[in-house]
Design a protein around this ligand. Structure first.
Ligand SMILES: O=P(O)(O)OP(=O)(O)OP(=O)(O)OC[C@H]1O[C@@H](n2cnc3c(O)ncnc32)[C@H](O)[C@@H]1O
Ligand SMILES: [Mg+2]
Length: 202
């Protein structure tokens, strides 16, 4: 099977990429398969910049085409926070539970109707010897008052996905992949995959 490398150490993302790429005929490897590759500093000021940093640094090490995902949650009532700081919103230990507690606390006095938010995903494709490019996708929703559901990862339990009328964490993986920010971004890459990974690779 053709192989795609995604520069992520996030197990939740890794699972989603595996599940989304498999029907397209690709096997996904992530940085969880390459533990020797050090963490990339996410010093950019946008999702795109951080996705490019991650994809290019890993592509340089592996000398292969690499895709990276930088994503996060933007809440209107919090002026777009946590945004690019989503993973570490409540601290360096990157705890999903602590991040959700912090958001729920900051949102506790925000009334229904003003709790709009969206997930954003930027995917960067780094190709040795060529210019890196990005695609992106979004998913609209509202911040719930408490956790709901047990699927997914990150902020999924407190995100009500408008397109499905349910919390993101109540969606089966296949349902999330119909409407998620990551799936929307990936759809924009799909047409490039045969050229990028199809011929001459095994
Ligand atoms: O950088 P990598 O190694 O890919 O892993 P990370 O977890 O640090 O990933 P990001 O820097 O892109 O931070 C994204 C954070 O945004 C949140 N997030 C992104 N996509 C999400 C999704 O589909 N559902 C819930 N939360 C999500 C989640 O908390 C992630 O940790
Ligand atoms: Mg990160």
């Amino acid at each position: 099977m053709k192989e795609i490398i995604i520069a992520t150490k996030n197990a939740g993302k890794a699972k989603e990429f595996k599940q989304m790429f498999q029907p397209l005929g690709y096997e996904v490897k992530t940085l969880l398969d390459y533990p020797e590759i050090p963490d990339v500093d996410e010093t950019g000021t946008t999702f795109e910049e951080n996705a490019i940093l991650k994809a290019e640094e890993v592509s340089k090490v592996l000398k292969q085409i690499v895709i990276a995902d930088d994503s996060g949650l933007s809440i209107d009532a919090l002026e777009g926070r946590p945004g690019i700081f989503s993973a570490r919103y409540a601290g360096e230990e990157k705890s999903d539970e602590a991040n959700m507690d912090k958001v729920l606390n900051e949102m506790k006095d925000v009334p229904d109707g003003s709790r709009t938010a969206r997930f954003y995903c930027a995917l960067a494709v780094a190709i040795p010897g060529k210019e890196t490019y990005t695609v992106s996708g979004t998913c609209e929703g509202e911040i719930l008052h408490e956790r709901k559901g047990s699927y997914g990862f990150g902020y999924d339990p407190i995100f009500f996905a408008i397109d499905k009328g349910k919390a993101m964490a109540e969606l089966e993986p296949e349902e999330k992949s119909e409407i998620s920010h990551r799936a929307h971004a990936l759809r924009l890459l799909e047409k490039d995959l045969p050229t990028l990974f199809g011929e001459g690779q095994s």
